[in-house]
Design a protein around this ligand. Structure first.
Ligand code: F6P
Length: 349
């Protein structure tokens, strides 16, 4: 039986190892030997001819031990070279030489683009949406999102405890790239009073107005959750011009950040003692929740099942709690839906 390969690509997401474990168990069931590609698409570039530099044979013994490990055992990376058609042709040839009859790609939209191009070169691929960002709209959730959301919720709950103790407002930044879901649902789950996302263009003055309204309502312990990508859509604000006269050490042309917003809010909100926390990479580095582990197991099983039936170029997703698949191109064409109603409601209360 010819080989199956699996790679993890882009930012690591909780559940990637569990997916590899599921792919391995299901491939073993069909008697298909499994090869892991190291460092995402980088392992397919043929930088060296030494098999062990770029690949690893995944026997059941190895993968059973990684199933609940955080991170990705295969390593991951982003790979700009793979956008070059000549590079992709070389990678496809490497896969043919290894007698690979199917490749499972676990990653975000960039990784899916790479998989679609490999399909065009005759390499059957299946995509599993591994990213904490929840930015692939064809699926209700992406793999790793639930774990990351739980990290954010735990963090904000801890922060709200200390905010209550000190009667102090706090700004918390969460990840998500251009997608505000992590911020929005963290705010909903924790009762945070203000949430700022890239999907809704706001200004610093509007955020300050929201905070001042909370202060007027007698709530000095509010939480402002900001999505890391919110600055992209924020109305321009001259950080230097505003903070310099207050004696803050600041350089001309400095971009807005969570730390700078926190300093600005202090001056715009009557000296309220704002603090800030950037949740950061802890969102990516935890063992997957039960929900993500279940998603991983079902997605890995479906991927192998499809390849075994000779079906490829499919993206796997979750709808109404059930695993499904659809053509990768159609999946990537689905327009993003942002829950504006919820965003409005959370900020209105
Ligand atoms: O895509 C996952 C993600 O964690 C984003 O939320 C974040 O913007 C980005 O990756 C960070 O990328 P890097 O690991 O390259 O710093």
């Amino acid at each position: 039986m010819s080989n199956i390969a699996v790679l993890t690509s882009g930012g690591d997401a909780p559940g990637m190892n569990a997916t590899v474990m599921s792919v391995a168990r299901n491939a073993a069931y069909y008697g298909m030997p499994l090869i892991g590609v190291k460092r995402g698409y980088n392992g397919l570039l043929g930088r060296t001819n030494n098999f062990d530099d770029n690949f690893v044979r995944l026997d059941l013994d190895t993968v059973l031990n990684i199933a609940d490990m955080p991170g990705t055992y295969l390593r991951t990376a982003r790979c700009d070279e793979f956008k070059d058609p000549q590079v992709r042709e070389k990678s496809a040839q490497i896969l043919r030489d290894l007698d690979i009859s199917g490749l499972v790609v676990v990653g975000g939209d960039g990784s899916f683009q790479g998989a679609m191009r490999l399909c065009e070169l005759g390499i059957p691929c299946i995509g599993i949406p591994g990213t904490i960002d929840n930015d692939l709209s064809y699926t209700e959730v992406t793999l790793g999102y639930d774990t990351a959301l739980n990290v954010c919720v735990d963090t904000v709950r801890a922060i709200r405890a200390t905010s209550r103790s000190h009667d102090r407002p706090h700004v918390v930044e969460v990840m998500g790239r251009h997608c505000g879901d992590l911020a929005l649902y963290t705010a909903e789950a924790t009762g945070a009073e203000v949430v700022v996302v890239p999907e809704k263009r706001w200004s610093v003055d509007e955020i300050a107005a929201q905070c001042n309204r909370q202060l007027d309502l007698g709530n000095p312990r509010m939480t402002v959750v900001v999505a890391e990508g919110c600055w992209e859509s924020m109305a321009p604000f001259d950080v230097y011009k505003f903070l310099k006269p207050h004696g803050v050490q600041v350089f001309p042309g400095e971009p807005m950040t969570t730390e700078r917003l926190t300093q600005i809010l202090k001056y715009k909100c009557n000296g309220a003692e704002f603090r800030h926390t950037v949740v950061g990479y802890t969102q990516r580095g935890l063992a997957p929740t039960a929900r993500d582990s279940i998603f991983a197991f079902e997605a890995g099983a479906l991927a192998i099942n499809l390849l075994h039936k000779g079906i490829s170029n499919q993206a796997i997703g979750m709808k109404n709690g059930k695993i499904f698949h659809m053509p990768m191109a159609d999946a990537l064409a689905v327009k993003r839906h942002f829950n504006r109603k919820l965003h409005h409601l959370l900020n209105a209360l």
